[in-house]
Design a binder for this molecule. Sequence first.
Ligand code: URA
Length: 435
Amino acid sequence: MRMYDLIMKKRNGGSLSGEEIRFMVQGYTKGEIPDYQMSAMMMAIYFRGMSEAETLALTMEMAHSGDLLDLSEIKGVKADKHSTGGVGDKTSLALIPLVCSCGAVIAKMSGRGLGHTGGTIDKLESFDGFQTAMTTERFIRQIHEIGMAIVGQTADLAPADKKLYALRDVTATVDQMSLIASSIMSKKLAAGADAIVLDVKTGSGAFMKQEEDAFALAREMVRIGNGAGRRTIAVISDMDQPLGRAVGNVLEVKEAIDTLRGKGPEDFTALCITLGTYMLLACGIAKEEQEAQALLQDAIASGRALEKLAEFIEAQGGSREQVYDPSLLKTASITEPVYAEKDGYITHIKCDEIGICSLLLGGGRETKESEIDLSVGLVLEKKKGDYVQKGDVLATIHANDRAKFEAARARFLGAYTFSAEQPEKEPLIKGIVRE
Ligand code: URA
């Protein structure tokens, strides 16, 4: 079999067989197929798509490219959560300790930033000393000890997705439904959880811009998860503007900490409670939605959720002091407001453009090797539906470089649309997919 022939087959609109997908995934994981051929294949898939059977085969091959964790020795239902990616999406940072402090057991494998979206692993590295690489034994031991672990992609778990994810990030091949479904579900299947809650984003900051595409992606992932014997549910949520107010690694960590203190933005807090409710139901910790919500709210009010975050950060080598005193986290040298240039209601925010502002500041990667600047980003003061007057502060930009600040500022101003008419409020949760 030759990779050249497979690229041509897909480029011409053909379907790859299970055997061909195995050849491609195994060859790429071992380094026998070079990045340039895999990039061409990703672009061919981007334009030609994949059938359900091809997507399932790609998922299974990637899940089996490393170890498949067996968590059966840990008592109870093990849960996992994954987002399809968004701007300001710091959900896992708050949600995972929150549900864990209510008794859920969480085994989670997370990714790094992808395209204009951020990644949980980069955000967690905002804590000095935090380690996301760990052996399978240590992953399982930590779950036994504190009830949760979040691991980055390692050579042990879904290594094929790790390589492909980094390649897609820099070759403009992220926002393809089958590639997203197989990337996410291969990690979820490899990490071994029994219950999986998926947060599928839709809107201008999501990979799936159209709601019907987000529902289709959700159905595809739920089918793969349930088919593999994992209880899987997807929540479709709004990403037509950044989630919460902070965009950028350290800034998002601070907002997640505020949320666990009960002082987070309304939309972000509501999303954590919704996803947390489904996780507690899936784990059998609560029988009804109201009961789950009361448990989650009590975990925040009592400080148990914040303490679980501190315990988790410490267990993975990070600084618990930074959880209780986030002013100890890295800060940027330039912190300046951006002012509105006209009056009116904010009717639209090009959410992906806000993600790109953070990339321009150095908060994301341009090539696979790029180092990211954790301290930079934006904090939005005004969001959709707010009325502003010329001269009001729209956002604060955190930067370490004047030229990058100016580039981000110009881009930011182009992302907002104003009108004399107040826009209708969009619901945060668009729907639930269970099968
Ligand atoms: N998150 C992932 O893990 N993979 C994707 O392809 C997109 C979002």
